[in-house]
Design a protein around this ligand. Structure first.
Ligand SMILES: CC(C)(COP(=O)(O)OP(=O)(O)OC[C@H]1O[C@@H](n2cnc3c(N)ncnc32)[C@H](O)[C@@H]1OP(=O)(O)O)[C@@H](O)C(=O)NCCC(=O)NCCS
Length: 182
């Protein structure tokens, strides 16, 4: 487990699959995640099996918050992790989503990003962490800027969504730019 102040990150489990499927079928949740078609339980199970074959460092992490009402005191609210890790150039991409919409705008996404940056720089020993975000994902962009990501480029008209093209922004943070106190 990777523990933060209010959240913890744990390995994804098979039992998470139905909840992930429900979230990824919610148009509001998936609108910035690059999923356009209805998602079946079988497709999510296939994704899970494929995920287990990926390097351990790239296997996604379930996001949980404290919940006194649940049996083990924690409640699943989303998923996150690293992709495309490159051990020569010591870089990787980061991604996250909070499927539990009632948890949006409460600082959890910011805390997840701070935990992932610490994990990326201090455990995985990365030098550069990057991400891509749709230009209309204003909340996401704000969170990434807040934790220190720098705008470095724009993929023009890279996404066709809701009947129109839009740009995708490329952002990154270097270890030398990261504030470990946050
Ligand atoms: C994007 C996401 C991870 C952010 O997590 P979150 O917990 O909701 O974000 P936080 O509460 O930590 O921070 C939200 C910040 O954005 C700000 N914000 C909210 N809506 C905004 C908007 N439309 N424009 C600009 N800023 C906005 C909030 O005021 C807050 O800023 P503050 O802390 O300076 O006051 C989460 O909302 C999510 O998973 N969304 C759906 C999937 C997704 O977009 N994933 C990312 C794909 S790149």
């Amino acid at each position: 487990m990777i523990y933060g102040k209010r959240i913890r990150l744990r390995a994804d489990e098979r039992t998470d699959i139905p909840q992930f499927t429900t979230w990824l079928n919610d148009p509001e949740v998936r609108q910035h995640l690059g999923h356009y078609l209805p998602f079946s339980l079988a497709a999510e199970e296939q994704w899970y099996e494929g995920m287990l074959k990926r390097p351990r460092e790239e296997q996604p992490l379930a996001i949980e918050i404290r919940d006194p009402a649940s049996a083990d005191g924690w409640r699943l609210i989303g998923n996150c992790g690293f992709m495309n890790l490159d051990w020569i150039h010591r870089q990787g991409e980061i991604g996250l989503f909070l499927g539990e919409k009632t948890c949006w705008n409460q600082g959890y996404g910011t805390e997840v990003m701070q935990l992932l940056l610490r994990h990326g720089f201090e455990t995985l020993n990365l030098n550069r962490i990057s991400l891509r975000v749709d230009e209309d994902n204003l909340r996401g962009i704000h969170v990434y800027e807040k934790v220190g990501f720098v705008h470095e480029g724009r993929f023009r008209q890279a996404v066709y969504k809701d009947g129109k093209y839009q740009d995708v922004l490329s952002m990154s943070i270097l270890r030398s730019e990261w504030n470990p106190e946050e």
